[in-house]
Design a protein around this ligand. Structure first.
Ligand code: GLC
Length: 448
């Protein structure tokens, strides 16, 4: 059994640490400007101007079953869809606002279609819900708000009541958890409680705040009540920690850790998932962004996360017609090809036991029962690979993609005259000269 233990949390993460690979879907009316899902904030777009997207939103080619099939084929086991992003637009029917998909030309509940299709495909379903809301009249204008530069923003804020907004969130989350059956993950985004300070960070130059502006955190969201509400309806659901209160999972973004992620305060190992974009700069569909990450890099990121005991949530930003970009489809097809033969080194696998240190350019994962060790060869060696602390521990080794045998020899103590080379417990893997034609070759080792 794996010796790594994480603290028990209120929700059920047992399936989550088994499944390892999820799909993030950033969908909304921000797909129409197609320049970033934060566009309302970045370009200070007024309500009136942003309304044109609401007026014309019609993803006529949206086919949730097709999305689910693409995800499933790629080896993805769960998904998280934006039900409301920071612009406040809701992809679901809601009694508490008119600002929903039901009042756009599309006129159908996108969340319902998604939940039904993904469940039908046997995938777990998660819902993303933004704590920020740049549409709601009670959401206090702050450093990220599109109206932050307006002269009367401070006056306007006096009319706004965050308590009412927090109640609105509880009401909507209740709708999301009662109208669609079982939901596996509730993914909140995000808290920024510290008073903002002008920063030299390029991105933050957008946010020169007024002196009276503050960030927002758990007290503004009334996170405790929010979580109570959720647990009363679906006690086992996984909730991420972005409400500012520790629940089940940590969800850092765009990160490639070198070790298991630890709790920032207690230093304990945590259950974690990093979310990653396929394109460089945005989560929503961004027409002119040409910085697509190569599939091999994304596959390596998934391997790396599992090798550090975590999950990966790979993002897709569908177009406003409701389709995945062709480049996203290609990436998913590349995952399909690799996962078909290598899923065994990902699902139900975790960080290898501490005595196993992967050689240069390689990553280990290990099955949670401890019986199988997987060597992912990112830099293919010109010769053999020396594995530490594995002498006499391997029973059998093979390439994972074709189950072809890999020879190995255990290095023994060598006595040569009066010099003794000590047995360092190394094992020499005789890696074939010809690199297999797969994104990342994997050697599966059955331990004694
Ligand atoms: C950031 C962004 C947001 C995106 C999220 C995904 O917090 O605000 O646009 O949805 O990251 O993790």
């Amino acid at each position: 059994m794996s010796s790594y233990v994480t603290k028990k949390t209120p929700g059920d993460t047992s399936w989550f640490i088994h499944d390892r690979f999820g799909m993030f879907i950033h969908f909304g009316i921000f797909a129409m400007p197609a320049r970033h899902e934060w566009i309302k904030c970045y370009e200070l777009i007024s309500e009136e101007k942003y309304d044109k997207y609401f007026k014309y939103f019609n993803p006529d080619l949206y086919d949730a079953r097709h999305w689910a099939q693409m995800a499933k084929k790629a080896g993805i086991k769960y998904a998280v869809l934006t039900t409301k992003h920071h612009d406040g637009f809701c992809l679901f029917e809601s009694k508490y606002t008119d600002y929903t998909v039901m009042n756009t030309p599309y006129g159908k509940d996108i969340v319902k279609e998604y939940v039904d299709a993904f469940k039908e495909a046997g995938l777990k379903v998660g819902l993303y819900y933004s704590l920020l809301d740049w549409h709601h009249p009670d959401f206090v204008i702050d450093l990220f708000h599109p109206r932050r530069y307006e002269e009367n923003a401070c006056e306007e804020n006096k009319k706004r009541n965050m308590k009412k907004y927090a109640e609105y969130m509880r009401n909507q989350v209740t709708e999301l958890l009662t109208n669609y059956g079982k939901i596996d993950i509730l993914w909140f985004d995000f808290s920024y409680p510290d008073d903002p300070k002008p920063s030299t960070n390029l991105l933050n130059q957008h946010f020169w705040p007024r002196s009276w502006m503050k960030g927002k955190g758990k007290d503004d969201w009334e996170s405790e009540k929010l979580i109570e509400t959720i647990r009363a309806i679906q006690p086992d659901i996984i909730i991420n920690n972005r409400t500012g209160i520790d629940q089940d999972i940590w969800t850092p973004e765009q990160t490639t850790p070198t070790e298991w992620i630890k709790h920032p305060k207690t230093n304990e190992l945590v259950v974690w998932e990093s979310c990653e974009t396929m394109v460089g700069g945005s989560w929503g569909y961004n027409r002119d962004d040409t910085f697509w990450r190569p599939s091999s890099m994304l596959i390596q990121m998934l391997i790396n996360n599992v090798s550090c005991g975590g999950n990966m949530l790979l993002n897709v930003g569908p177009t406003a017609r409701g389709c995945f970009d062709e480049r996203a489809e290609q990436i998913l097809a590349d995952f399909e090809k690799w996962m078909k033969h290598h899923g065994r080194s990902i699902y139900n696998c975790t960080m290898a036991e501490p005595e196993f240190k992967a050689p240069r350019g390689c990553r280990y994962t290990q099955s949670t029962d401890g019986k199988r060790l997987y060597l992912h060869i990112i830099e293919y060696p010109n010769g053999n690979l020396e594995l530490e602390n594995l002498s006499d521990k391997i029973d059998y080794a093979q390439f994972l993609h074709d189950s072809s045998e890999i020879f190995f020899s255990n290095q023994k103590t060598i006595q040569n005259g009066d010099t003794i080379t000590e047995d360092k417990g190394k094992c020499i893997l005789k890696v074939p000269k010809l690199r297999p034609d797969v994104a990342v070759p994997v050697i599966e080792m059955f331990l004694k």
